[in-house]
Write a protein that binds this ligand. Structure first.
Ligand code: FAD
Length: 454
């Protein structure tokens, strides 16, 4: 019997591990472990990012149920659960898809050891990225990873045109799934509050389903993609695909997306360029040894918690920052341009180490992804491969005037300012917590020092 562990691959097609299971012709035990570390920490399961994961998990469970297949959802530590499963079931191989965060790596090392101790093999497939990134470790004739985005993208584009991998073919109905032992299911039962949350999401239609996610993507392709290059930064109009919330939990497959794009008469170059940024950050998480440890460069002692709190609650007195944080807190969404603006404001104008903003987004973003979120925060704080230069500090007022000239976005999220004219509406109020000019100058000095001394 095979043991398959679902992770950030909450779908039932295009899964490389399933190819191996089908080929073996053995029955398989499919589990999804809701991990306390990922869901309970910071009560994440009640926040937008946790809710998004649970909604997709509920929807996946429903697909299994409708096809008369078993998905065993358990709550607990993966190492302990897998250990118990190996003790109680005739499993000869564990299969999963890899995750390259420090937590993900440590988890796989543990599972590998547990499996080896019982003479069971453990196979983890790397399926998250579009391009095969093992092929990107030679640049400029030297054996070093691509560190600058533009040459990376050129290479990526050629690679995709020549070697794009079609989606994997095994479907759930081709697999013979089994139910886990009842004692074990009881021992690692999902807490009732989480079960209820998942049931409610299904009943209210909030969980959605694959057809719905795909339809919304098709709508983007037919209605909005031609305006994407100009429209993506006009954030009042939501001109982007919104696929990230499905993509990051693996409910939509990135290979399906690419295959669909390849059938278009005109390649949407500017959109593909963004999709390639995703691969670029996933590449860094594998190849940049500092990617998960840059916080060591910051001195955390003179952090102003009042400033951090004001930023998080949208009380800075800088209209576009407050509007964006309100949108994030209420809906779990923030357009990319405003993620950059709010991140730069926190790390540069307020001098707050990026890790605090990163942590806040981790809970609040519906489309939270450990690597892409960290990548965005590093970029904004001038760290990592091809980051924004240290002397670049986006001015939130200018950004607001440029990308939302009539102030539509500000009027929507800050109704108390809706009566102001298109000029005034962008300007900081008398209660602004920081002087933009002075704090910019200080930030440039500070970041220069951080980058030079490390
Ligand atoms: P579209 O504009 O339609 O782009 C399509 C896809 O391309 C996205 O779904 C995403 O997979 C990829 N993409 C687009 N822009 C970027 C980018 N700048 N970097 C990497 N990939 C990109 N993205 C997340 O998915 N999860 C996060 O947790 C996350 N945190 C971020 C934090 C900060 C501080 C910043 C600056 C950016 C962050 N991003 C994150 C990247 C980006 O903002 C989102 O991917 C994008 O807004 C998602 O919207 P969309 O699906 O409509 O994107």
């Amino acid at each position: 019997m095979k043991l398959f562990i679902h992770r950030k691959d909450l779908r039932t097609h295009d899964l490389p591990a399933w190819e191996a299971i089908r080929y073996s012709q053995e029955p398989s035990l499919h589990i999804l472990i809701l991990e306390p570390f990922l869901l309970k920490r910071g009560e994440r399961y009640r926040e937008h990012s946790g809710i998004n994961f649970l909604n997709h998990a509920a929807s996946l469970n429903e697909v299994y149920r409708r096809q008369d297949r078993q998905l065993n959802i358990l709550f607990g530590e993966p190492a302990e659960i897998v250990h118990r499963l190996l003790e109680t079931h005739p499993i000869n191989e564990i299969l999963a898809h890899r995750n390259f965060t420090p937590y993900g790596r440590q988890r796989d090392n543990q599972l590998q050891e547990i499996a080896a101790a019982r003479g069971v093999s453990f196979t983890a497939y790397d399926e998250e990225t579009l391009a095969d990134l093992s092929d990107f470790n030679e640049w400029n004739g030297r054996s070093e990873p691509y560190k600058v985005y533009t040459p990376f993208y050129r290479r990526w584009n050629t690679f995709m045109r020549e070697h794009a991998r079609p989606p994997y073919g095994t479907a759930l109905e081709q697999l013979q799934t089994c139910q886990a032992d009842q004692t074990l299911l009881d021992q690692y039962a999902v807490p009732s509050e989480i079960v209820k949350q998942m049931e409610d999401a299904l009943q209210s239609g909030q969980a959605g389903g694959h057809a719905e996610y795909w339809q919304s993507f098709e709508h983007f392709l037919t209605e909005r993609i031609t305006d994407y290059a100009d429209g993506r930064d006009r954030y009042a109009w939501e001109g982007t695909s919104m696929v990230s919330r499905h993509l990051n939990v693996g409910a939509l497959s990135v290979r399906d997306i690419y295959q669909r794009i390849s059938t278009m008469e005109e390649t949407p170059e500017s959109w593909l360029r963004q999709l390639a940024w995703r691969d670029f950050y996933l590449f860094q998480a594998r190849q940049n040894p500092d990617f998960f440890t840059y916080e060591k460069r910051f001195d955390f002692t003179d952090l102003s918690t009042d400033h951090l709190q004001a930023w998080a609650e949208g009380r800075t007195g800088i209209p576009v920052i407050d509007a964006a944080m309100k949108q994030l807190n209420e809906t779990g969404w923030m357009p990319n341009r405003l993620r950059m603006v709010t991140a730069m404001f926190l790390t540069k104008n307020l001098g707050c180490p990026f890790i605090y903003g990163e942590r806040y987004f981790r809970l609040k973003l519906t489309d939270y992804d450990n690597v892409l979120n960290r990548g965005g925060w590093l970029w904004s704080s001038s760290l990592g491969f091809d980051a924004s230069p240290y002397f670049r500090v986006m001015n939130p007022v200018t950004q607001s005037q440029t990308h939302d000239p009539d102030g539509h976005y500000l009027r929507r999220w800050l109704p108390e300012r809706a009566h102001l004219g298109s000029k005034e509406i962008h300007l900081p109020g008398p209660d602004a917590i920081v002087d933009l000019k002075r704090s910019r100058a200080l930030a440039i000095e500070t970041y220069k020092r951080i980058l030079q001394t490390s």
